[in-house]
Design a protein around this ligand. Structure first.
Ligand SMILES: O=c1ccn([C@@H]2O[C@H](COP(=O)(O)OP(=O)(O)O[C@H]3O[C@H](CO)[C@@H](O)[C@H](O)[C@H]3O)[C@@H](O)[C@H]2O)c(=O)[nH]1
Ligand SMILES: [Mn+2]
Length: 739
């Protein structure tokens, strides 16, 4: 896609609907990156030419360091691919309104939820209400909620939301408020004196709270009000025995957007709203979120079949009322629009703490790396906050003569009754429907991978389509990030396993993408796919130097040696750049530091275990799973999260590894400092200074770990069983001879 310019001037297409610009100072950056590369090469030369002789102590440790540094360097080179040509996109939504206002296409919005306990119905409802209030003709919106929890309470919550939306949507539009998730809005504007339209505000707030209380008390008591149950035939579905993993297909059209008599409080037509819970049977694979999305694809084909689809997780509320219009600018652009399969927003979170204790903020990833991949026309599909062209999700290949759908109005369902639509929709979400079809392979999201999104996005790109990464100033969507270390590490492990699995599958970007996406994009994908093997060099770097220090074996050049400069330069330049980059992307210095800790922890725990689990899966010894992220917390945990105190709390084996490495570095630091201080001018000591320094940094990074090990008494501290195991492991490690 063109840089600096976009769109065609043709009569039919008019002015471009979006523009692309490249990041500034790329030239300077490339020169700088080259100097680091020189430093890296010097380090290799030093390592290779100074390997200890056979029989000399530390020969294998040295070789380990060599391999680790080589691996780090390769990875660093890969990280350059996404920094080479960072591209930003800007849509012109006013031009869209001018040209298309009276023929705006329909949009289907998919919301996935999977468990009423971990994803409470009020959460789902807030997401739903935020999208119903988009600045877009409501009758062109069709919202589908997929409930993998098969929960009556979620269904009940949707009914409540449908009535409340009749007040909420007009309120949002009338006063042009943001954000449009009621929960988020009232949290942000919590005082009636701050708003000019106080009376309306009070009324709508009361309506919202009443609705919320009804839903929450229904969930708490496990009882839905009888009169509501009588009013809606949908509840009869739960007369049969329905459990999360065993129930018939359920499809309920809650509001019918075709009905020209159904109006909201302001006399505007309503959006179509559909509750879907696909059939589930024990022993029948349901393919987790990918299966849910594919079910919605088929259901929506029966009911509304809009040409564009917005895919959302139930915790991702819409934070910008114009997102649909902006996305359409890309799809409907006269020159490039028809090549574009999807428009991905970054994942942002509403619940980050000030300094982002668990490193979920992804400041640099969102502002630089993903924009870098987007520059190759190969933006990653991240599962949520993504607009799709319907045909592309159905496996269509891009061809040169494709010009985009001409007829954007959906006509096919006009003369069918709600009953008929529900029946035909149920038929396409049974367990047996997909048997012997291309679903999950060439159609819909791809099955068998815990990161179904990434692999499906890659497959779409390899069918010839382009994708757009769009990171607007006002965030398009806000979700909930994990708020305990356990949850964060489990999520990272799922991602890491899924990503590594793609690398080994037929979808490996270098093979599958060869000749189809640019080399830079292939490398960019691998930046993420290769997280798992990155655990080994990291493991090596946090164990070998401290162990060698304990044994007095040097691994780095003397401080006075010219070789030392290469190490120092690479270390300083890389980290200083990383800090500047993070600050520019909106991170704070402390958040950067916290992220370094999280990288370290992830690599030696989540990624390390993910590596072995992936191998196990490749050998056919285990099956794909999807560990859902819990979105509710106890008060105690919330409090610590807000104070940015790390939450350990469980005796996870991951913490044993973490604690062992932290203790090892502490021990070595003490020992090494003593040794260096005692004989300051001996040559051996001078050679050990770098190792002491390295241990020092690791100890600083691990400070919260020592705290949780020895000084905390709250429930989030590291359990004593972990301490015991770590000390045992540490003793073994120290007694081990070094080769
Ligand atoms: O059997 C399932 C499991 C999950 N989900 C939904 O999938 C979404 C993501 O689940 P979550 O537990 O929040 O996982 P995250 O790690 O936060 O999800 C990220 O990573 C996933 C891939 O691992 C992507 O699918 C998501 O879009 C992306 O937000 C949620 O809406 C769930 O309701 C289902 O519908 N059915
Ligand atoms: Mn999530």
């Amino acid at each position: 896609m063109g840089k600096q310019e976009s769109g065609g001037e043709g009569e039919e297409s008019g002015l471009p609907l979006f523009e692309s610009t490249s990041a500034r100072f790329r030239g300077i950056y490339r020169v700088f990156a080259s100097t680091i590369l020189v430093g890296i090469c010097l380090i290799w030369v030093y390592r290779v030419t100074n390997i200890p002789q056979p029989g000399e102590a530390g020969r294998w440790a040295w070789i380990g360091m060599l391999v680790a540094e080589f691996w780090f360097s390769l990875y660093w080179i890969i990280t350059q691919s996404v920094r080479w040509d960072v591209t930003y996109r800007r849509p012109f939504k006013d031009r869209l309104s001018h040209r298309y206002e009276d023929k705006l296409p329909g949009v289907d919005i998919f919301i996935c939820t999977a468990d009423p306990k971990m994803e409470p119905p009020t959460l789902v409802v807030n997401t739903l209400l935020s999208v119903l209030a988009y600045n877009y003709p409501t009758e062109k919106l069709n919202v589908y909620v997929s409930d993998d929890g098969g929960s009556e309470f979620t269904f009940y919550a949707l009914l409540e939301a449908a009535s409340f939306a009749k007040y909420w949507t007009p309120f949002c539009k009338k006063f042009n408020i943001e954000p449009r998730s009621p929960q988020a809005y009232f949290a942000l504007h919590s005082d009636v004196h701050d708003v000019k339209y106080g009376q309306e505000w009070l009324e709508i707030k009361k309506l919202y709270e009443d609705m919320k209380n009804r839903i929450e008390s229904a969930v708490e008591t496990g009882k839905i009000p009888e009169e509501t149950k009588m009013q809606h035939k949908g509840f009869s579905e739960w007369n049969l025995k329905v459990s999360k993993n065993d129930h018939q297909p359920i499809v309920q059209i809650i509001t019918d957007g075709r009905d020209t008599n159904a109006m909201d409080n302001d006399g505007c037509r309503l959006a179509t709203m559909v509750y879907v819970s696909r059939e589930k049977r024990p022993q029948q694979p349901h393919h987790f979120k990918a299966g849910a999305v594919n079910a919605l694809l088929r259901v929506s084909s029966e009911i509304s079949k809009a040409p564009f689809i917005l895919l959302l997780d139930c915790d991702m509320y819409a934070n910008n009322a114009d997102s649909i219009r902006e996305a359409l600018c890309f799809f409907l652009d006269g020159k490039y629009g028809h090549e574009i399969a999807f428009v991905q927003h970054p994942q942002n979170y509403s619940n980050l703490t000030k300094d982002d204790i668990y490193g979920s903020g992804c400041f640099v990833i969102n502002a630089v790396e993903l924009a870098g991949l987007g520059g190759y026309g190969a933006a990653l599909f991240c599962g949520t906050g993504c607009f799709h062209r319907r045909e592309c999700l159905f496996g269509k290949k891009y061809t040169k003569d494709y010009r985009g759908q001409r007829n954007t109005e959906s006509q096919n369902t006009i003369d069918r009754s709600i009953q008929e639509l529900e029946e035909s929709a149920k038929a396409v979400v049974t367990c047996s429907y997909e048997k012997g079809t291309k679903w999950g392979k060439e159609m819909g999201l791809i099955y068998g991978c815990p990161v179904e999104d990434i692999v499906s996005g890659l497959a779409i790109q390899c069918r010839g389509w382009k994708s757009i990464y769009y990171n607007p100033e006002r965030k398009g969507f806000l979700g909930i990030s994990p708020n305990t270390l356990d949850l964060a590490l489990i999520q990272q492990k799922r991602w890491c396993e899924g990503l590594f699995q793609i690398f080994f599958s037929k979808y490996c970007p270098f093979i599958y993408g060869h000749g189809k996406i640019m080399l830079g994009a292939q490398m960019g994908y691998c930046l993420y796919l290769l997280w798992a093997p990155l655990s080994f060099p990291t493991m090596c770097y946090v164990t070998v130097p401290p162990l060698c220090l304990l044994h007095g074996i040097p691994l780095f050049p003397k401080v006075s040696s010219p070789w030392f400069l290469a190490f120092a330069y690479v270390f300083v330049a890389k980290n200083v750049y990383s800090i500047i980059e993070a600050l520019q992307c909106g991170s704070s210095l402390k958040a950067w530091w916290n992220l370094q800790r999280m990288w370290l922890i992830r690599r030696i725990t989540s990624y390390f275990f993910a590596f072995f689990d992936t191998i196990k899966r490749q050998l056919g010894l285990s099956e794909t799973d999807f560990a859902l992220t819990d979105k509710v917390m106890t008060e105690d945990v919330t409090k610590r999260y807000e104070q940015e105190v790390m939450e350990f709390g469980s005796p996870s084996i991951m913490y044993t590894v973490l604690a062992t490495s932290a203790l090892l570095n502490l021990l070595s630091l003490v020992w090494g400092t003593r040794r260096v201080a005692m004989d300051i001018d001996s040559e051996a000591s001078e050679q050990l200074i770098s190792q002491v320094f390295l241990c020092g940094i690791l100890v600083m990074i691990n400070l919260p770990v020592y705290q949780a090990l020895f000084f905390r008494s709250d429930k989030g501290h590291i359990p004593s069983s972990v301490i015991f195991k770590s000390v045992l492991l540490l003793t073994l490690a120290c007694l081990m001879p070094i080769y």
